[in-house]
Write a protein that binds this ligand. Structure first.
Ligand code: PMT
Length: 467
């Protein structure tokens, strides 16, 4: 089937909204329709989505710096403006709408729109009150009525701010339809690839392939979802984890070339393709699965990385009934016993330590990189203690009481703590983007581990720092 945008060259402008992560899928849809796409980003958009992801999908260098020149001296955004059959800006923030309405070309997206004769499609996304504000509405009216831009109105729904209302980026299919409609039957403006920004080739494409594959040859184990601790065959003690965070890590690791095993507890989101899934719905089952995967110090399949994103129950009913418990007016008293701390246990085993922290066996060589999560409410003060107690290389702390963060949200705000003491607080990001940031640090830790193994037999570096 020939796509509706076959032969067309489309500029995709991304600005700094939390909805920027959806631009990855929009890019895929435009490419699926046959479009040749040049991605343009404002500096704040690059904080929400990694340009590398977009470069890999578009096979073009991402244009994010208004003053950067192409290697041959041409000005990237002017070339895109001259060649584009359409420019689509999605998501468009309130700030960007204001800058565009007043011709303030401080970023490549605005500069390209100012310089182009092509139709422009704009899909705003922001908090509902921001969108309703007369200033934003006046800017939208300028773009629509004076500049002739096609505005794809935001939809109503749950917003990252926690509000319900208009402001959510329109359905991606609707945005693609608007691009197709805006181009209509105009002739292709610059069919010759030489008149468009260059596609990545040679060393640049090879570097992209390498960087995009930086977990190739590694076995990454990820846990996701909550555990369900049975009271009887019908009832259980559970938690609100959906598995979104763990699945995002598994997908990101897979896309970066790793062999991935997903140990899935109670997961309500779809499980990813092309990863091995092991079901483990209780803490006991998860512990068994992970010890099975870990292997032994001297051999076994083992893994290079463990990311524990699962919300493991700390307690379980001491004696689950084997028949459904009847309802009684007297109520029910449950005795709970502590579950083992699986991550702390693995942290000890890979170092050959016993429960008291004394040397008791052979440490693993090479030692897997361990990443824990910490679900906190109100303060992340206890996270450093968890990092040390569980002997992990990285601890990803999230405040699960914060709006848009933690359980069941598409986004998360995390602080990444490293064993060396470094700490980095990230902004609210899509969980996939959080996953990429974690894996960037995992790759650095694996490289440090491997480099240390070349130079001596001792324990690999503990001082993993957050780059
Ligand atoms: O699945 P989502 O809806 O996307 O939600 C994501 C999340 C909020 C579940 C995730 O971001 C998260 O915070 N996961 C860890 C939840 C948790 O169990 O936190 P904790 O602070 O209680 O445990 C600290 C670490 O020890 C975790 O890596 C946990 O997997 C591990 N642990 C905990 C208890 C236990 N008995 N054994 C463990 O191994």
């Amino acid at each position: 089937m020939v796509g509706r945008l076959a032969g067309r060259f489309v500029g995709l402008g991304i600005t700094g909204s939390i909805a920027a992560f959806k631009a990855v899928d929009l890019l895929r849809l435009l490419r699926a329709e046959g479009a040749d796409v040049q991605v343009l980003m404002t500096p704040s958009a690059t904080r929400f989505v990694a340009p590398l992801t977009l470069a890999a999908l578009s096979r073009r260098h991402v244009d994010a710096e208004v003053l950067d020149l192409l290697p041959d001296g041409r000005i990237g955004h002017v070339l895109t403006a001259d060649a584009a059959d359409a420019v689509v800006v999605a998501p468009a923030t309130a700030h960007w709408l204001g800058a565009m309405a007043h011709g303030l070309a401080a970023d490549v997206v605005t500069a390209t729109c100012l310089a182009t004769a092509a139709p422009v499609v704009v899909a705003p996304a922001m908090d509902g009150d921001m969108y309703a504000h007369p200033a934003t509405q006046a800017n939208v009216a300028i773009l629509r009525d004076r500049f002739g831009y096609a505005i794809v109105e935001p939809e109503s729904g749950a917003l990252a701010s926690g509000q319900l209302g208009p402001g959510r980026l329109a359905d991606l299919g609707t945005i693609v339809d608007a691009v197709v409609a805006a181009i209509g039957d105009r002739p292709v403006r610059r069919p010759d690839p030489a008149d468009r920004p260059p596609r990545l080739a040679g060393a640049a494409a090879a570097r992209l392939a390498r960087d995009g594959d930086d977990l190739a040859g590694r076995h990454v184990v990820v846990t996701a979802g909550g555990t369900a601790e049975p009271i009887d065959p019908v009832r259980f003690i559970g938690n609100r984890s959906t598995g979104t965070m763990g699945v995002a890590v598994a997908e990101a690791a897979r896309d970066r070339g790793a062999r991935v095993t997903l140990v899935a507890g109670m997961v309500t989101v779809p499980l990813p393709d092309e990863v091995e899934v092991v079901r483990a719905e209780t803490a006991t089952a998860m512990r068994e699965a992970l010890h099975g995967l870990l292997g032994t110090p001297g051999g076994g399949p083992g893994f290079d990385v463990l990311v524990m994103a699962a919300a493991v129950a700390d307690f379980r009913p001491a004696a689950p009934a084997d028949r459904k418990l009847p309802r009684t007016e007297a109520g029910l008293r449950l005795e709970l016993v502590a579950n083992p701390d699986i991550l702390a246990e693995i942290g000890r085993v890979v170092r050959g330590l016993d429960e008291a922290g004394a040397a008791a066996g052979r440490p693993f060589r090479p030692r897997p990189v361990l990443v824990g999560f910490a679900a906190e409410t109100g303060s992340l003060a206890r996270a450093a203690d968890k990092l040390a107690r569980k002997r992990v290389d990285l601890l990803v702390a999230n405040d699960v009481a914060e709006e848009g963060s933690g359980f069941g949200t598409p986004t998360n705000r995390v602080t990444i703590l490293a064993a060396g003491g470094a700490e980095e607080a990230l902004p609210l990001l899509a969980k996939r983007e959080v996953a990429e940031r974690i894996l960037d640090r995992v790759v650095a830790a694996l490289d440090a581990r491997d480099a240390a193994a070349q130079t001596g037999p001792d324990e690999p570096p503990q001082e993993t720092s957050v780059p």
